[in-house]
Design a protein around this ligand. Structure first.
Ligand SMILES: NC(=O)c1ccc[n+]([C@@H]2O[C@H](COP(=O)([O-])OP(=O)(O)OC[C@H]3O[C@@H](n4cnc5c(N)ncnc54)[C@H](OP(=O)(O)O)[C@@H]3O)[C@@H](O)[C@H]2O)c1
Length: 325
């Protein structure tokens, strides 16, 4: 697998990472044995970046990744995230206080069974805590040898600039895919100017762009995607037009829709490292095949317009308030 750089501080990873969230959280029934086998297979195939977070479960996904990492830590870049109030009896919400930044890092290290977090992200900006205070605490973790590189998720240009002035930021992780391109206009120019790498999350549109389901009602009763407006049955006809274009492109290349969706993201920037999520070895192997798909100008022209066909917000209104633009 090709290597890509994230930021200018020395972080380098295989160009496709593995999102581990859905192994324990939000996307249907977990299968820990197959998930661990998937992580092991990913590492064998050259994936180095594993993505998890405190909130996935909560806690369960970090424990699962920790279990998978036992005896295989060398060469793996472990990325995790803090940023929410999760303890019982606490009001729910975001927490970017220095105390939380540091406490969660210690707890994540324990759950992951490692002694340094390679990439530590703030999951969502806390509007009540100046970003300098949050990143200041993250910087202290770097100085203490508990964290190697810093990242942010779903923040806008001003936060990126202020954070980067406090301590160099190596990666921004935000949603980005064929049908979700909101970061292109305002955020990408700042990433380029500051030399910050980009980790597109949900590059398969939370599975939708693979063509494996038409709307949320087809998913399990406890699947979180049922709460996402974009997966409302009412939007299914519009969104099917997106998948049709992806499938047509795929058949031209004897590839799959998932591979085309990932090849498109990989082609958008030399420092873009998508983290498609799967809990199955078969899907993992399929997704890594995206590296072989070469999209031509006609493909890119056809795919370029699909985001405008998509209907429905990508989060509930309440969750959208945490996304900075
Ligand atoms: N920073 C943030 O706020 C944030 C938010 C969301 C996600 N993330 C991170 O980004 C990672 C990836 O995003 P995501 O998991 O939301 O979405 P995604 O990668 O766009 O899609 C994952 C979904 O696609 C399915 N899938 C994967 N490969 C497939 C294939 N080849 N064929 C058919 N279905 C396939 C998976 O199902 P199976 O598991 O059943 O294979 C899963 O349901 C997460 O794991 C998480 O680490 C971060």
């Amino acid at each position: 697998m090709q290597t890509r750089r994230l930021g200018t501080q020395g972080l380098a990873v295989g160009e496709i990472g593995l999102g581990c969230m859905g192994m324990s959280y939000a996307y249907g029934t977990p299968d820990d044995a197959e998930s661990i086998a998937t992580i092991h297979r990913a590492l064998e195939l050259g994936v180095t970046l594993l993505d998890t977070a405190e909130v996935y479960g909560p806690y369960m996904n970090e424990r699962l990744v920790g279990k998978a990492l036992a005896g295989r830590r060398d060469g793996v870049v472990v990325a995790t995230k803090f940023g929410f109030r999760l303890r019982p009896n606490e009001p729910r919400g975001v927490d970017g206080t220095p105390e939380n930044v540091k406490r969660v890092a210690d707890e994540s290290l324990q759950r992951l069974g490692i002694d340094i977090i390679d990439l530590y992200y703030q999951h969502r900006r806390d509007p009540n805590v100046p970003i300098e205070e949050t990143v200041g605490a993250m910087k202290e973790l770097v100085e203490a040898g508990k964290v190697r590189y810093l990242g942010l998720s779903e923040v806008g240009p001003e936060t990126l600039r202020r954070a980067h002035a406090t301590h160099p930021i190596s990666a921004l992780q935000s949603e980005y895919s064929l049908w979700e391109r909101g970061v292109e206009t305002d955020v990408f120019p700042v990433l380029r100017e500051l030399g910050i790498g980009f980790v597109p999350y949900s590059p398969l549109g939370r599975g939708f762009l693979t063509g494996s389901f038409a709307h949320g009602n087809e998913l399990g009763a406890d699947d979180w995607r049922r709460t996402v407006p974009r997966f409302d049955e009412a939007n299914a006809a519009d969104n099917a037009r997106v998948v049709d274009v992806v499938k047509r492109t795929a058949s031209k290349h004897a590839a799959t829709a998932a591979q085309v969706a990932l090849a498109w993201v990989l082609g958008r920037g030399e420092d873009f490292v998508p983290i498609p999520g799967t809990k199955r070895r078969t899907s993992l192997e399929e997704n890594l095949g995206a590296e072989r798909v070469r999209l031509d100008e006609n493909d890119l022209a056809a795919l370029d317009g699909v985001a405008t066909l998509a209907s429905g917000a990508r989060y509930s209104e309440e969750m959208m308030t945490l996304i900075e633009r």
